[in-house]
Write a protein that binds this ligand. Structure first.
Ligand code: UT7
Length: 324
């Protein structure tokens, strides 16, 4: 037995902010952002929306796609770095409440932009162990809320959104995974304030370390190296080549990263599904968002082998090869 995705769903906030709008707020341009990243626009959540609200919408749509209800779910796994609360309670617990699924276990996974890959593989473990029969895996992020809007080198990159998948076990299908982390790069992409290393102190003025920090070039080099390696690892484990794969669904961080991965590994860029132009980087939501878009467009046919690949803060990375 191996897991199979039986439903997908996603949610993007209504408000769309084009690069041109950002160019009115800071010294940037659509030309710079698009040529350096492939991004034209991002969705930004309303002030009264929290991470869990977007997660719930994506989850409802995934359940509907699967022909299931919230009562059919044994467990909810939410991957996020922008959860409703700082540390606890988990966003998954809030989602469980808002979905009205009290029977479901609930936990968050923290692996930044590789979070959906880690979450899906965690779900596989629970399914194979018999702990749960059907699991909702959700990636939901409100990155615009932790972005440093005075730092044009990072704030233009991110957007908000959520994606979800329902997984259950089925007859044998290929499923290979590779999960890794380069913890030595933990400080290349981070948000310091509020954790136990940099605790909040009453009365203290909030500084830059309350917001997202990224060493863009270090992360870029790591990403190009790690994506190729993770894809190769799952292909090798499955004894397949890239020619056997219908689509690769990479974390949507930067078109240039994916182009560099393809050039380096001689992969066909057309196999890599990208929607970053419209969504920007939504961290752990980006893979399930793209997957749902592909599903709804009818791009995925039963029996198609696809590779999902994530990378980001941690520095974490990983890939999953599965059959649709
Ligand atoms: O999901 C998490 C994973 N994260 C990533 O995948 C991000 C990986 N890194 C990257 O994608 C790239 O490093 C960036 C897109 C973030 C930056 O691209 P870059 O080509 O490395 O640019 P840079 O940081 O070297 O900056 C080049 C120039 C600088 O100006 P000077 O010093 O050469 O005069 C920056 O100040 O571009 C300037 N710049 C901007 N200009 C206009 C930086 N941001 C902007 C901007 N608009 N938004």
């Amino acid at each position: 037995m191996q897991p199979v995705i039986v439903g997908t769903g996603s949610y993007l906030p209504e408000r769309v902010v084009h690069n041109d709008e950002l160019a009115k707020m800071m010294d940037t341009s659509d030309e710079w952002i698009y040529s350096h990243t492939g991004i034209h626009q991002r969705h930004i959540a309303q002030d009264d929306q929290a991470c869990s609200d977007m997660a719930v919408e994506a989850a409802k749509r995934a359940l509907e796609d699967a022909g299931l209800t919230e009562k059919d779910i044994d467990m909810i796994i939410v991957s996020t770095v922008t959860g409703d609360y700082n540390g606890f309670p988990s966003t998954a617990a809030v989602v469980q409440h808002k979905l009205n699924a009290p029977q479901a276990a609930a936990m968050d996974v923290s692996a930044a932009c590789a979070g959906f890959i880690y979450g899906l593989e965690t779900a596989r473990g629970f399914l194979l162990a018999g702990t749960a029969k059907r699991i909702l895996v959700i990636g939901s992020e409100i990155l615009t809320r932790i972005s440093d809007w005075s730092d044009r080198s990072t704030c233009v990159l991110f957007g908000d959104g959520a994606g979800a998948a329902v997984v259950e076990l089925t007859e044998d299908r290929p499923w290979e995974s590779a999960l890794h982390a380069e913890g030595s790069g933990f400080d290349k992409l981070k948000r310091e304030l509020g954790g136990s290393a940099f605790p909040l102190k009453e009365g203290e003025v909030i500084g830059k370390n309350a917001f997202l920090y990224m060493d863009g070039q270090a992360v870029y080099l790591f990403a190009v190296r790690s994506v190729g390696q993770a894809i190769k690892e799952v292909l090798d484990k499955a004894e397949l080549t890239i020619d056997d794969i219908a689509y690769v669904v990479p974390h949507q961080a930067n078109v240039r990263i994916i182009e560099a991965v393809c050039k380096r590994n001689k992969y066909d860029l057309d196999k890599f599904y990208m929607n970053i132009e419209r969504t920007a980087n939504t961290s752990s939501a980006s893979i399930p968002l793209a997957l749902d878009e592909m599903n709804k467009k009818g791009l995925l046919k039963k029996g198609d082998k696809i590779v999902l690949c994530g990378f980001g803060g941690g520095l974490t990375y990983g890939a999953i090869l599965l059959e649709w």
